[in-house]
Design a protein around this ligand. Structure first.
Ligand SMILES: *[C@@H]1O[C@H](CO)[C@@H](O)[C@H](O)[C@H]1NC(C)=O
Ligand SMILES: *[C@@H]1O[C@H](CO)[C@@H](O)[C@H](O)[C@H]1NC(C)=O
Ligand SMILES: *[C@@H]1O[C@H](CO)[C@@H](O)[C@H](O)[C@H]1NC(C)=O
Length: 372
């Protein structure tokens, strides 16, 4: 039975591949010849081209795994808490229970129509696999993960590191993958730094490339329509970004009862500060300053669709409290920090509370750097 399913998966994947463009380039950010380049500091990267594509992925059956239940308040209560809390950071804000719009449509553009059904958060690896020095063995096959967890239909969406073995360099991953009847719909985008940091390039992964690497924060659900938490915010007046504002409002109300949300938001107007990871550092990064010198920062343009997760506490699982990556049709994409045009900022988000956190392949030796 399993073989039959797998065969049809690869067949469909092969057919899909034929139908897909090999990549997506924004004219503005396309580098010369579409080739990626490495700056001098990224010298140690490509050890042997041939071994990269064959890089074996972490085995899910034996990878360290832990899970904890989250507190799941009723949607209306969450909406009330946010309606009270968000005005601390936004002049106009609303939170309500609403039917999820069809998320496969613009400007949402997800691989499944909704966020609902058996929602949980999945955190893979962590920043200790990136710094001080990269752990190249931390390659994660997300398609295999869904099969391992027996999740079908499923939507896996969120922020992670892209599959460096696929492009030969470290990259951001805007993960957006669904599976239905054994067939994977791979809508994940990756972003690479180009020209030693001068610019960046967004491309879509082919249907048969379901790997990611190093770290990731994902919402895992059935991808079904249903009632969700709709949050809008305009005109930022406080110091917190959209996600921090939500997380802190929830944390303040729920205290030790840890709440986790997964979902997506669109920055409809304004611009935002993003980073894109360049290729792995050849020298150990041992401080937040080292990390910020290594990362490449850019101001990106709306509309930007973001996917990711937030939790109000760590639960002793070494969790990253929030992590969103965003992408736009115009060719921008990367890791969201905050909007740079507070007056113009206009956010619209859809979230679901998760029932539990699944913590996979957590670093044994950890640190608190790189969680911003
Ligand atoms: C990059 O690698 C080349 C070849 O191994 C070496 O000659 C060069 O010194 C290296 N540059 C840096 C900045 O490490
Ligand atoms: C997500 O996947 C869908 C379906 O493959 C695709 O149309 C969409 O552009 C993707 N969205 C993002 C944000 O990458
Ligand atoms: C995906 O398919 C292409 C073309 O058939 C192949 O070259 C590549 O190795 C495949 N990638 C993976 C990860 O299986």
């Amino acid at each position: 039975m399993r073989c039959v399913v797998l065969t049809s998966v690869s067949l469909v994947a092969a057919l899909l591949l034929l139908a897909l463009p090999s990549g997506e380039l924004s004219p503005r950010h396309c580098c010369a010849g579409g080739r990626w380049q490495r700056s001098e500091t990224e010298n140690n990267t490509v050890s042997s081209k041939s071994s990269e594509s064959k890089m074996t992925s972490v085995e899910w059956a034996t990878a360290p795994s832990a899970q904890k239940d989250l507190h799941v308040p009723p949607l209306q209560e969450l909406a009330d808490v946010l309606s009270r809390g968000l005005p601390e950071n936004f002049e106009l804000a609303s939170a309500e229970v609403a039917p999820c719009p069809d998320l496969t449509r613009p400007p949402y553009n997800l691989a499944a129509s909704g966020l609902c059904g058996n929602a949980e958060l999945v955190e893979l690896g962590g920043p200790p696999y990136l710094m001080p020095l990269v752990r190249r063995d931390k390659v994660y096959d997300l398609g295999a993960l869904l099969r391992h967890l027996g999740r079908d239909p499923a939507l896996l969406a969120g922020a992670g590191a892209g599959p460096w073995p696929h492009v030969g360099v470290n990259c951001e991953g805007i993960v957006n993958l669904s599976v239905r009847g054994g067939v994977v719909e791979q809508g994940t985008r990756i972003v690479t730094v180009e020209g030693g940091g001068a610019t960046y390039r967004v491309r879509r992964l082919p249907a048969n490339e379901t790997r990611s690497a190093l770290l990731g924060n994902y919402l895992l659900s059935d991808g079904a329509p249903g009632q969700v938490l709709k949050v809008t915010a305009e005109k930022r007046t406080g110091p917190a970004n959209f996600i921090t504002a939500i997380r802190e409002a929830l944390q303040k109300h729920y205290g030790d009862r840890v709440v986790g949300l997964g979902g997506m938001f669109v920055l409809r107007e304004g611009r935002a500060r993003f980073h894109v990871m360049p290729d792995f550092s050849a020298t150990p990064m041992t401080s937040e300053e080292d990390l910020n010198r290594w990362l490449k920062f850019y101001e990106m343009r709306s509309p930007l669709t973001h996917v990711g997760t937030l939790v109000t506490g760590d639960m002793g699982l070494d969790l990253r409290l929030q992590h969103f990556h965003g992408w736009g049709e115009h060719g921008d994409g990367g890791h969201y920090h905050y909007d740079t045009t507070p007056d113009a900022a206009r956010y619209e988000g859809y979230f679901v509370p998760a029932a539990r956190v699944l913590r996979l392949d957590a670093p044994v030796e950890t640190h608190t750097m790189g969680r911003d």
